[in-house]
Design a protein around this ligand. Sequence first.
Ligand code: PLP
Length: 388
Amino acid sequence: MDITSLGENTRSVRAGEQLDRTVGGVTTPIHTAAAYMAAEGVDGAYRYPRYCNIPTQAAPAEKLAALEGAAAGLVLASGMAAISSSLLAVLTTGDHVVLQADLYGGTHRFLMAELARLGIGFTLVPDADPTTLEAAVTERTRVVYVETPSNPLLRIIDLEGTAAMAARRGLVSMVDNTFASPINQRPLELGFDLSIHSGTKYLNGHSDLNCGAVAGSKSLVDAVKERAVNFGQTLNTYDCYLLERGMKTLALRMARHNENAQAVAEFLAGRKGVAAVHYPGLPSHPGHALAKRQMRGFGGMMSFDLDCPPEAARCFMDNLELVLEAVSLGGIESLACFPAVTSHAKMSREGRLAIGVTDTLVRLSVGCEDAEDIIRDISRAMDAATIA
Ligand SMILES: Cc1ncc(COP(=O)(O)O)c(C=O)c1O
């Protein structure tokens, strides 16, 4: 059976499975061995978990590759493991990378704290598009890196145009595809070299696991794997099992996330007391037309700016009951947070404000509950905080 020719629900459920042929089990067993009796020099033999080549690791990695339309996939210990190993798979001292300015805070932190120490230069491009990104390319640039939709302002970057620019300039193109998931966006089909995920979010989908993943060509994924093996960023067997189990319902969950988020965004857009709603599914979003072209669904993430003093915004958060105040995203339960004091807390206030992360910006990860219940909870909390 050629799984890649089948639909995305089928691929979510079945791709990559390493069925238990010894007893006829219909799921991938958790292989606990940390040592395998493979003879030296046997290509592709199972050997050692840190080498990222045990069957429990292969299952979610192959599932991701099938969903992304990639030749190869790899699962790792966190999204940051995936991001750091991907960048360092290509970049070395003296090289340069061009990135969009509004990135996930942890990625920004990695650039500031680690790349500079390694003597790798970087340029952060505000209002990134293929033209502004290209303008920052120097003769030392090796990588162009984007995140779309971006965290937390849901900015949309033109993937096809950026990939074409990268190919023309001989750069490796990488995209953080966490917010979209491979159900809503397949960057490799649009010419990107590497799609990166915090698997902690939609891939696993149940807020009970920290993991990361990449998908791309075999040679590039092998280069990422080499870094990850050396840095010890392997995902352990129990977490691989959880990740594979979570991914089986990815297509199902994303359909619900997309539907619920659209309803919540439309409600917020018409609600007094909301200064702005950032959701690519709204026609008023500046990236709506582009998102419609390059995404299959607009996703479950949004942010909105409350038109009130910070104390009232805090009061709103305190009054949410169904929606939980928590960091992270992409799980089946709805979560809200203030990016200013969570994902972007390490940035300077001026830096944050410059990219649009205000003190009253709420990031909302819309879950798989009933949309009416989520909307009622938000509306009631706004009333309680007298935001109107
Ligand atoms: C867009 C994005 N990329 C990467 C990461 C990092 O993932 P992890 O926390 O799994 O290392 C996050 C975490 O919030 C994220 O939101």
